[in-house]
Ligand binder design. Structure first.
Ligand code: 2HG
Ligand code: ZN
Length: 461
């Protein structure tokens, strides 16, 4: 246990919270099912204070759990065993902007939507986007290499990080890459930190690239009777134009989001699957050609196209509201990826496994199919308690991950490993890789103070 008296040796008392309510709020993210038991929450305000915290943690063997907007779905920001949560809520400023470089320098606690808004004020664009961008923080996005809905065109968070300052678990302050475009000077620690889920260092400052603003976007939602045809549709459109998004949802997912947000159905008749496509306004004619071709082939049965920005936003709600609409069912969640070409076969494998073993479960598929990233949400039947259902999920995981492994896919496409997938890492990473990862962990965090028990399996493989 840490006493606030000792923490006050590094931070002011107004930067420390220990009341039970705050511990519950900051001690977890959006993941269900883990014990929440931090001993304190601290709110550093500068890089110096991060360094002081790390020195303090090493000296007193205190464990630190870095925490951003707490929107994670893999338990990466859960503190279950008396750790001190390091919240970045007060390190949320934009520090500098270089128009010539198109680079923003910011603190890690900056909310993603605020970075997007700042970019827009400069006539520019920060393209990494997802439903939780109004709460998530840029440091958390970097720590999990967040993806989202525009990856098909703009890539992952990794592609937008121009530089970072990071305090390692050994207390060193690394100044990585300084916003350079070219830098062939050996190992790039920036990329090692991206996606490391706070296990190697505390990110204290970020340089983020911005892009030119895109044209106004048009959104199309199409009905797709068979998932097998989704790839042909993707290629028919990509052959003719640049897509900004290519998302997918099943009719069950649509029903849930419609009920939750009281939204009208996009098409006159229900179809088993839908794809949502987004593209630049100037590409409309080409998109219409691709649409006609897909109709002729029988891959599509119907479609709707936005006529205004308001309609585009309304159509996006059908996809972006799904996760929130499923939350009341406390689903068993998975965030999986395979190569795009493997998607239909993989979907069929998982459906077969679940339907044969658990015919009463409702399986809700949706995701970023243009990136090969599928979100599998199995809804909890009312007859099962939360505990019973988690137990079933735990039994299903190895089977589902075997199917992922057979196709050389990833057990976590964009949500991270955290506590939830830690013991399953071996399905996506080889023994040699995991032992090198352990070596890096020892090097960067010799006293094992950073985000304990996350990401790496507890026992040697
Ligand atoms: C999305 O794409 C998010 O909507 C959340 O990544 C997915 O809740 C989920 O399973
Ligand atoms: Zn997603």
């Amino acid at each position: 246990m840490v006493s606030s008296t000792s923490l006050t040796s590094v931070l002011a008392s107004k930067q420390i919270k220990e009341d039970p309510e705050s511990l519950q709020i900051w001690g977890k993210d959006w993941t269900n099912g883990f014990v929440v038991a931090p001993s304190a929450v601290v709110f550093p305000e500068s890089l110096d204070q991060l360094q002081d915290l790390v020195a303090y943690a090493r000296a007193h063997q205190v464990k630190l759990v870095p925490s951003g907007g707490r929107t994670g779905l893999s338990g990466g920001a859960v503190a279950s065993q008396g750790e001190v949560v390091v919240s970045f809520d007060r390190m949320n400023k934009i520090l500098d902007f270089s128009a010539k470089d198109r680079i923003v320098t910011c603190q890690p606690g900056l909310v993603t939507a605020n970075l997007q808004a700042f970019a827009e004020e400069q006539g520019l664009y920060y393209p990494v986007d997802f439903a939780s961008s109004g709460s998530s923080q840029i440091g958390g996005n970097v720590a999990t290499n967040a993806g989202g809905i525009k990856v098909i065109r703009y890539g992952l968070t990794r592609d937008w990080v121009a530089g970072m300052k990071v305090v390692t678990g050994s207390g060193a302050l690394l100044d990585c890459n300084a916003g350079l475009i070219k830098n062939a000077t050996g190992y790039d620690f920036r990329h090692l930190m991206i996606g490391s889920e706070g296990t190697l260092g505390l990110i204290g400052e970020l340089d983020m690239h911005l892009a030119p603003q895109p044209e106004p976007q048009i959104v199309m939602v199409v009905g797709v009777p068979s998932v097998v045809d989704l790839l042909d549709i993707l290629h028919a459109f990509s052959d003719k134009l640049t897509l900004s998004a290519f998302e997918f949802f099943s009719d069950l997912a649509l029903q849930k989001v419609q009920a939750h947000r009281k939204l009208p159905a996009p098409l006159a008749n229900r179809v088993d699957n839908y794809a949502l496509l987004e593209f630049d306004e100037s590409e409309l004619a080409k998109a219409e050609e691709a649409f006609a071709l897909c109709m002729e082939e029988g891959w599509l049965v119907d479609g709707v196209i936005s006529q205004s920005q308001a309609q585009a936003a309304a159509l996006w709600q059908l996809r972006e509201g799904i996760s929130e609409s499923l939350a009341p069912y406390t689903p068993y969640k998975n965030d999986l990826s395979v190569r795009i070409s493997e998607v239909p076969g993989f979907l069929a494998d998982v459906d077969r496994y679940v339907n044969e073993g658990y015919p009463d479960f409702e399986v809700c598929w949706y995701g970023h199919i243009g990136d090969g990233n599928l979100h599998l949400n199995i809804l909890r039947p009312e007859s099962l308690s939360l505990e019973e259902f988690f137990h079933v999920g735990h039994t299903m995981s190895p089977k589902i991950f075997e199917l992922v492994q057979a196709r050389r896919g990833s057990i976590s496409a964009e949500h991270g490993v955290g506590l939830l997938k830690r013991d399953f890492l071996g399905y996506s990473r080889g023994d040699d890789e995991i032992s090198l990862m352990r070596g890096l962990k020892h090097l960067f965090d010799p006293d094992q103070i950073l985000n304990p028990d996350k990401l790496l399996p507890l026992t040697e493989a």
